[in-house]
Design a protein around this ligand. Structure first.
Ligand SMILES: C[S@@+](CC[C@H](N)C(=O)[O-])C[C@H]1O[C@@H](n2cnc3c(N)ncnc32)[C@H](O)[C@@H]1O
Length: 299
């Protein structure tokens, strides 16, 4: 790919294709450097966050079904367990997970994301809770030690370049005897998805501009909604039937954009906690598609 093609791709928003080129040639590297200087742009976690930032600018609203969704992701932990507690929400997105623990009586919280626009959306969504501080931060740099009763990180670790380092860092923020809750994608239960759909994300959609993914998400959601009109035995498919078109569109869009998406086996998830001072309290195969790992920090 030469410099002019790169310029053209940049003009029409194909940033990810440029990044692909950047890894392998000097024209790409030159353009990348220029762009980096002018926009503070890096092809790493901050780039992934920017893509999610676009997602949250399209779907900024918190809806009642996010409550059930969050309760499912932290189960068997409960919302009631947050009462009187200080918590951390790492990679908070629009704040759709933090709202419910705050309503359940958490005393204070620090919730953060690595994208400025996303932080603004979360601030707006959580503005009725002055004891909740919303910040711009990266998981790798978060500077609290032994501070929170509960830290949770929902749907973030599997998109990171250094997941194990992130888990170690998050655990540092938790008080002894406190809990760290992680929700990540599972390999088990997603075998067919990984065979047919994930290559599409890896090799095509994650390299397309976000607006193209938005239209693809709408198309896929239409197909999925049609498929869901038929009777199904799988619990998760029946759960999806209850979701609105827009909620499902956001779920599909979320699958199309990330350049990193790990689907871990049970063993690999447990390895995230290897060597850390923790007791594994629960490891649940949530909806038979994902893992909820609940760690208790040892004294
Ligand atoms: C799939 S979204 C999940 C958001 C939220 N936890 C939820 O469930 O709604 C992943 C989020 O992680 C954020 N993120 C990515 N890398 C991060 C990092 N290094 N530190 C903090 N947040 C990060 C992204 O900006 C994005 O909002």
């Amino acid at each position: 790919m030469n410099y002019l093609i790169m310029k053209w791709l940049q003009k029409f928003g194909f940033k990810s294709l440029i990044d692909l080129g950047c890894r392998s040639n000097s024209a790409g590297a030159r353009l990348f450097e220029q762009r980096g200087k002018s926009r503070g742009f890096k092809p790493n976690d901050s780039y992934i966050s920017k893509k999610f930032g676009y997602e949250w600018s399209i779907y900024p609203e918190i809806i009642p079904s996010h409550r059930d969704q969050f309760s499912g992701w932290i189960s068997p932990f409960t919302l009631e367990a947050f009462k009187g507690k200080r918590f951390l929400d790492a990679g908070c997105g629009i704040g759709r997970n933090s709202l419910w623990p705050l309503e359940a009586g958490a005393t204070s919280a620090y919730v953060f994301d690595f994208d400025q626009k996303t932080v603004q959306v979360a601030k707006n969504n959580l503005k009725n809770f002055p004891h909740c501080q919303v910040g711009f931060d990266s998981i790798y740099d978060v500077r609290f030690v032994n501070e929170f009763d509960i830290a949770f990180c929902i749907g973030v670790i599997h998109h990171l370049e250094r997941p194990k380092e992130a888990v170690k860092k998050l655990l540092e923020t938790v008080k002894p005897n406190g809990h760290l809750i992680l929700w990540v994608y599972a390999r088990e239960g997603n075998e067919r998805f990984l065979l047919w759909f994930d290559p599409l994300r890896k090799f095509v959609t994650s390299h397309l501009p976000v607006w193209a993914n938005l239209w693809m998400a709408r198309g896929f959601t239409l197909l999925l909604k049609t498929y869901l009109l038929f009777p199904h035995r799988k619990r998760y498919l029946n759960l999806l039937k209850t979701r609105s078109f827009r909620h499902m569109e956001a779920l599909v869009f979320d699958q199309l954009i990330p350049s990193i998406a790990h689907y871990w086996t049970r063993h690999e998830v447990l390895q995230l906690a290897d060597g850390l001072p923790v007791e594994v309290e629960h490891l649940t195969h949530t909806n038979q598609l994902s893992w909820t790992l609940i760690l208790k920090k040892k004294i």
